[in-house]
Design a protein around this ligand. Structure first.
Ligand SMILES: Cc1cc2nc3c(=O)[nH]c(=O)nc-3n(C[C@H](O)[C@H](O)[C@H](O)COP(=O)(O)O)c2cc1C
Length: 337
C-alpha cells in the first residue's frame, strides 16, 4: 500500500477529518470532537505554516558517505527521529471504525514494525490509558502519556504503566487546558515544580513533560527532574492564540538543550519538516494527526508507508545538505526568509 492509497482510503473510513492532501489544520478548524484546534482554529495552521517559512541550505560539496537516519533515545535505537504522538479517545474524535484498544494496538505495533515507536494517550475514561499501556506492552516499546490528574490518580496510572513494562513515561502538562480536566474533583490541571518532582521521583524512570512553550517552562521542567520535554501546544487544542511550536523551539533549545532532551510536535508533516526541527535544536519529533489518518486508511500498512515516505524525504534532505548523520543537522543547515 502506498501513502496516497492509505490517504484515499481514509476519506471514507474516518469521521470529522477530511484526510486532506496537506494536513494543515484548515479544513478541520475548530472541530472538537475531531482533529481541530480550539477557538479561532488558527494555531494548528500556524504550527504547519511556521515550518514552511524555514528553508534548507543546499550544499552538495561534501564527502559522499551515505546517510544514517537512526537515533538512540529512550534507551533504544530507532530508524528515524520520529514518534507517533499520543492521541486519546479516537472513537470520539475520529469515528467508530476503531475502539481504543484496536487503534492503539495498530499504532504501537505498526510503528515498531516501521522502525519507530508510538506515544499513547489518556482521557477521562480510564480505559483510554489502559488501552495505550496494553498496546505498548504488546509492541515491546511505547511511551504512555498521562494527563495531569490529581496526585492519587497520577500515581495509580504510573503504577499501571510500569506494571505493563513502561521504560519511559510522559505527561501532557498542557492538558490543563482541556475542559474535562478543569471540571474534576479533586482538582486536576496545572502542577507546581514540587508536585511534578514528586511524580517524577515516584515514577523512577525517564519522564518527559509534553506541552512546554516557553524558556521558563523548560527551566521548570528541568528543575522538576524531567529527562526531556516536548515543545508542543497540543496542536492548538488547549489554548488559542499561542505561537507556533517551531517559533519557540530555538530559544528553548538554546536555554536547556545541553541539559535535557528536546522533542517537538505541531504541524510536522514531511521529512523536510523533521530536518528543520532537528536544525532548530530538537533531538526528535512527534507527528500526530497524519499517523491517525494512516491508521484509519491503511492500518499497519499505512503507518509503514508514511514512515517510509518520511525516511526517503529526510534522507534526501540530508544528502543534499551534506549531512551524514542526524548530529550533522545543525542550525547553519537552514535559513529563514
Ligand atoms: C484528537 C486528538 C487527541 C489528542 N489526544 C492527546 C492525548 O491524549 N495526549 C496528548 O499528550 N496529546 C494529545 N493530542 C495532541 C497530540 O499528541 C499532538 O501534540 C498534536 O496533535 C500536535 O501534533 P500534529 O500537528 O502532528 O497533530 C491529541 C491531538 C488530537 C488531534
Amino acid at each position: 500500500m502506498t501513502y496516497e492509497e492509505a490517504l484515499q482510503n481514509a476519506r471514507t473510513e474516518i469521521a470529522n477529518c477530511h484526510a486532506c492532501p496537506v494536513c494543515n489544520g484548515v479544513a478541520c478548524k475548530n472541530k472538537i470532537p475531531g482533529p481541530g484546534s480550539k477557538g479561532t482554529g488558527t494555531v494548528a495552521p500556524r504550527n504547519y505554516n511556521a515550518w514552511q517559512n524555514i528553508y534548507l541550505n543546499m550544499d552538495t560539496i561534501a564527502p559522499n558517505l551515505g546517510v544514517d537516519t537512526s537515533i538512540e533515545i529512550f534507551g533504544e535505537k530507532f530508524d528515524l527521529p520520529v514518534f507517533a504522538a499520543p492521541i486519546g479517545a479516537v472513537t470520539n474524535h475520529y469515528g467508530e471504525k476503531y475502539d481504543e484498544y484496536t487503534y492503539t494496538r495498530i499504532m504501537a505495533t505498526g510503528c515498531r514494525k516501521a522502525g519507530i515507536a508510538a506515544f499513547t494517550g489518556d482521557g477521562l475514561n480510564e480505559m483510554f490509558f489502559e488501552a495505550g499501556c496494553a498496546a505498548m506492552e504488546g509492541a515491546g516499546f511505547g511511551v504512555p502519556t498521562v494527563k495531569p490528574w490529581h496526585k492519587e490518580l497520577v500515581f495509580k496510572k504510573i503504577d499501571h504503566a510500569k506494571a505493563k513494562g513502561a521504560k519511559v513515561l510522559a505527561m501532557d502538562i498542557d492538558a490543563s487546558g482541556l475542559p474535562f480536566l478543569k471540571a474534576m474533583t479533586p482538582p486536576s490541571g496545572s502542577k507546581s515544580v514540587e508536585e511534578l518532582r514528586e511524580f517524577i521521583e515516584y515514577a523512577g524512570i525517564p519522564f518527559y513533560l509534553k506541552g512546554i512553550m516557553t524558556v521558563s517552562g523548560a527551566r521548570k521542567a528541568l528543575e522538576a527532574g524531567a529527562a526531556g520535554i516536548i515543545v508542543s501546544n497540543h496542536g492548538g487544542r488547549v489554548l488559542d492564540h499561542t505561537p507556533a511550536s517551531a517559533s519557540v523551539l530555538p530559544a528553548i533549545a538554546e536555554a536547556v538543550g545541553d541539559k535535557m532532551e528536546i522533542l517537538v510536535d505541531g504541524g510536522i508533516r514531511t521529512g523536510h519538516d523533521i530536518f528543520k526541527a532537528l536544525a532548530l535544536g530538537a533531538k526528535a519529533v512527534l507527528i500526530g494527526r497524519p499517523y491517525v489518518v494512516m491508521a484509519y486508511g491503511g492500518a499497519e500498512e499505512g503507518i509503514a508507508a508514511y514512515t517510509a515516505k518520511l525516511k526517503a524525504e529526510l534522507t534526501d534532505c540530508m544528502q543534499m545538505t551534506g549531512c551524514a548523520t542526524l548530529a550533522d543537522i545543525t542550525a547553519d543547515k537552514v535559513c529563514h526568509v
